[in-house]
Design a protein around this ligand. Structure first.
Ligand SMILES: C[S@@+](CC[C@H](N)C(=O)[O-])C[C@H]1O[C@@H](n2cnc3c(N)ncnc32)[C@H](O)[C@@H]1O
Length: 218
């Protein structure tokens, strides 16, 4: 990434309370360069400029750390080019990340990124999330997604995979309140309650973001 994008990444992360060290910055830059390279051949993202990658992919992914803390097992459903899982793993290596996507090429890219960045606590799996519960019943402390599906579908996929004391986190934009209202009946039927909603602007922009945190009603 060019210097301006790197500066946007550092200042954006700082606004989230994350002081990136030299090694983390180098890894995130390496990831961005690999993403741009692969994106010429396979469709990983519509965002191709350095500033956009820094803010809308890297900083946006790191915003998850406003509510997620390691150590623990984290599942990223429908992770595409590795968002939010890969940037989160770079900054929070104590999280054991499993990242799944239904498209094999996207998982091939993530596997290459894992090798390149030498991530040791990250597993990328080519699988549909609906079939995961057989191998990972009640496993995860955190189940997250960004730009994946409506809230009800995501939560119904996540529930069998989550530990009883776990949390589901849906990364959303300005329509979070409407999405919660729409899902209300389904959430009740699934035995899930909204724990909290964290509202903020994507650092360096005026774009609204919301992290919807949900828990099992015990
Ligand atoms: C819009 S992309 C978002 C990618 C990434 N989370 C991001 O924010 O850039 C949605 C991704 O979900 C994946 N997907 C859709 N249905 C899925 C399913 N049932 N199980 C796993 N992945 C799925 C798609 O292949 C796609 O890569």
């Amino acid at each position: 990434m060019n210097q301006r994008a790197k500066d946007l990444l550092v200042s954006g992360a700082r606004e989230l309370g994350i002081e990136l060290n030299k090694e983390q910055l180098q890894r995130l830059d390496l990831f961005a360069e690999e993403l741009k390279k692969w994106n010429k051949k396979i469709n990983l993202t519509a965002i191709t400029d350095d500033d956009g990658i820094a803010q809308k992919h890297l900083v946006d992914s790191l915003s998850l750390l406003k509510v997620v803390r390691g150590p623990g097992k984290l599942l990223d459903i429908g992770s595409g080019g590795g968002f939010p899982g890969i940037p989160v793993q770079v900054v929070a290596p104590d999280l054991e990340v499993v990242s799944v996507d239904a498209v094999v090429k996207k998982i091939s890219f993530q596997k290459q990124a894992v090798r390149l960045l030498k991530l040791t606590n990250f597993t990328a799996l080519h699988v549909r999330a609906e079939t995961l519960a057989e191998s990972y019943p009640k496993t995860f402390h955190w189940i997250v997604s960004r730009a994946f599906s409506d809230l009800s579908s995501f939560v119904s996929m996540a529930m069998p995979l989550m530990r009883d004391d776990g949390r589901i986190v849906a990364m959303k934009g300005r329509n979070a309140a409407e999405e919660i209202a729409e899902a209300e009946t389904d959430l009740q039927a699934l035995g899930v309650a909204v724990d909290k909603v964290e509202h903020f602007n994507l650092p360096g922009t005026e774009e609204a973001r919301a992290l919807i945190v949900l828990r099992k009603v015990l």
